[in-house]
Design a protein around this ligand. Structure first.
Ligand code: HEM
Length: 458
């Protein structure tokens, strides 16, 4: 029987779901194709001892860890039984590229412009290796190499290195990786934990009640009071999650020109940058630091996440169209029928490439950007809902077809509205600041489920 207990079996959950990335961090994503099912399962079996669990996730991270996910075609290539394959949700079976219209992945973001191999049926397995420094990464990578030694049926299709940018910033200069929802049953022992993330998770709970574990992990009750019965068998689904992976190129020079062209001073540029995201680049949220930045607050990962929009209904402090208020409205939609808890997920992001040097306003053609893993149990009502209704549309906050100013498919007709007294400010012609370079829907099984996969056909 599926467990309805809300105490999560952390030993069986992959670390990537709950463990924050180390700081500093570096790592590599590796995309694999399986040309031989038995060799694919042998590789999974060899990998299992190196796939870290979420056990004591709140303690400072060790040398590094490895996470593994599978696409639908990957599970088929591993020889999963047909009834099991058929039991997966339609979005996952179709894959992200096939969902481009639902997701508004059109124009420059359309799958036909993605990097090879993304969006093709060749993407089967993705590994994420997180490490605290370059020597630790090298050690993890040499381990990873041994797992497909002597298995010619495994092909490496793509690799991407990632690393922390100076100051823990993203390519646009914002501190990132700040907010994630607390999950019921995952931090029970947190108060006994020594330091670091656990007290932080506990503190966040004061303003944000924890999300039911079933929103993030299969096998537990979700916010609708249900325990998922698919995919089958139970051994495959328990402690598993789905992940939407999105790889974005950051168009930093265009962002800098936009700030410069729509401001009269460097201070105004910073305020406009804060209005677009909802946080200053230091990480300080606008509702707590409305007029000037508060870098000390930005550095305090507990205090900078302890806020609500209840005193800012009109968006005079943080615009309703700002990235973080759209994508995680907290209590801003409490008078609407929408239940925001049904549209949350865990976000694990990393940055790649070198920062564009300060003062440069022309694109240098270098690859830089972010890769996001948006993790939950229901791709449709979590990631797809947020992407299509809150990022690519403004109806829910009476902004018509205005999109997210940072991650929307913007262009010559795009607008960004900043509520202001006596008159709102509306900026026309917001360019597209990020371009989707690839994406996949993946399944991230629990650790026992990996053993189940490895043992198929044995
Ligand atoms: C390259 C693309 C993106 C950029 C530049 C970006 C930027 C940011 C920044 C600067 C923050 C505030 C700091 C933090 O909490 O990390 C943030 C928060 C967040 N972003 Fe994004 N983001 C991007 C893509 C996405 C995507 C694709 C999603 C999900 C579909 C997403 C969901 C969120 C969420 C849920 C938060 C936390 C909101 C809160 O603090 O209440 N972001 N993002």
């Amino acid at each position: 029987m599926p467990s309805t207990s809300q105490t999560v079996d952390l030993n069986d959950v992959q670390a990537t779901v709950l463990r924050p990335r180390p700081s500093p961090y570096c790592g590599q994503y590796i995309v694999l194709k399986i040309n031989d099912a038995a060799q694919g399962r042998a590789m999974v079996g060899r990998l299992i001892p190196h796939v870290a669990s979420a056990s004591r996730w709140w303690e400072p991270s060790y040398m590094g860890w490895l996470g593994i996910v599978f696409t639908y075609s990957g599970l088929a290539a591993l020889g999963l039984p047909q009834d099991s394959l058929d039991s997966f949700p339609d979005e996952f079976k179709q894959g992200m590229a096939a969902r481009a219209n639902v997701l508004h992945d059109t124009g420059p973001n359309a799958p036909e412009h993605w990097l090879t191999p993304f969006g093709s049926k060749d993407v089967h397995v993705a590994l994420a290796i997180y490490a605290k420094d370059a020597p630790s990464l090298e050690e993890c990578l040499s381990l990873a190499r041994t797992v497909h030694e002597g298995l010619p049926g495994i092909e490496v299709l793509y690799r991407l290195n990632f690393s922390e940018l100076p100051g823990g910033r993203n390519p646009f200069g914002y501190r990132d990786g700040l907010h994630n929802p607390p999950i019921e049953g995952t931090a029970e022992s947190a108060s006994q934990g020594p330091t670091s993330a656990a007290p932080q998770a506990a503190a966040v709970k004061e303003v944000e009640p924890p999300l039911k574990a079933g929103e993030i992990l299969l096998g537990y009750e979700d916010e609708l009071g249900k325990v998922a019965q698919t995919p089958v068998p139970e051994a495959l689904r328990l402690n598993g999650s789905f992940a939407a992976i999105r790889m974005y190129q950051a168009n930093v020079a265009s962002f800098r020109r936009f700030l410069r062209d729509n401001s009269n001073s460097p201070e105004e540029e910073e305020l406009l940058a804060a209005k677009m995201v909802g946080r200053w680049r230091s990480g300080a949220p606008l509702v707590l630091a409305p007029e000037t930045d508060n870098p000390q607050l930005g550095q305090d990962n507990v205090a900078n996440d302890r806020f609500s929009y209840s005193d800012d209904e009109r968006g005079l402090l943080c615009p309703a169209g700002a990235h973080i208020r759209r994508i995680n409205p907290r209590d801003a939609l409490k008078n609407d029928i929408v239940n925001v808890k049904l549209h949350k997920f865990i976000r694990r992001g990393t940055n790649f490439g070198h920062p564009l040097p300060e003062g440069v306003f022309e694109d240098d053609g270098a690859e830089r950007g972010g890769v996001f893993l948006l993790i939950g149990t229901d791709l449709g009502r979590q990631f797809e809902f947020v992407q299509s209704q809150w990022i690519a549309n403004g109806d829910f906050v009476h902004l018509g077809n205005e999109q997210d100013p940072m991650v929307g498919n913007n262009g010559p007709d795009a607008q960004f509205t900043i509520p202001k007294k006596p008159l709102r400010r509306r900026i026309n012609g917001v360019p597209q600041f990020v371009t989707l370079r690839g994406g996949e829907y993946c399944f991230m099984p629990g650790i026992k489920a990996l053993r189940w996969i490895a043992s198929l056909g044995a």
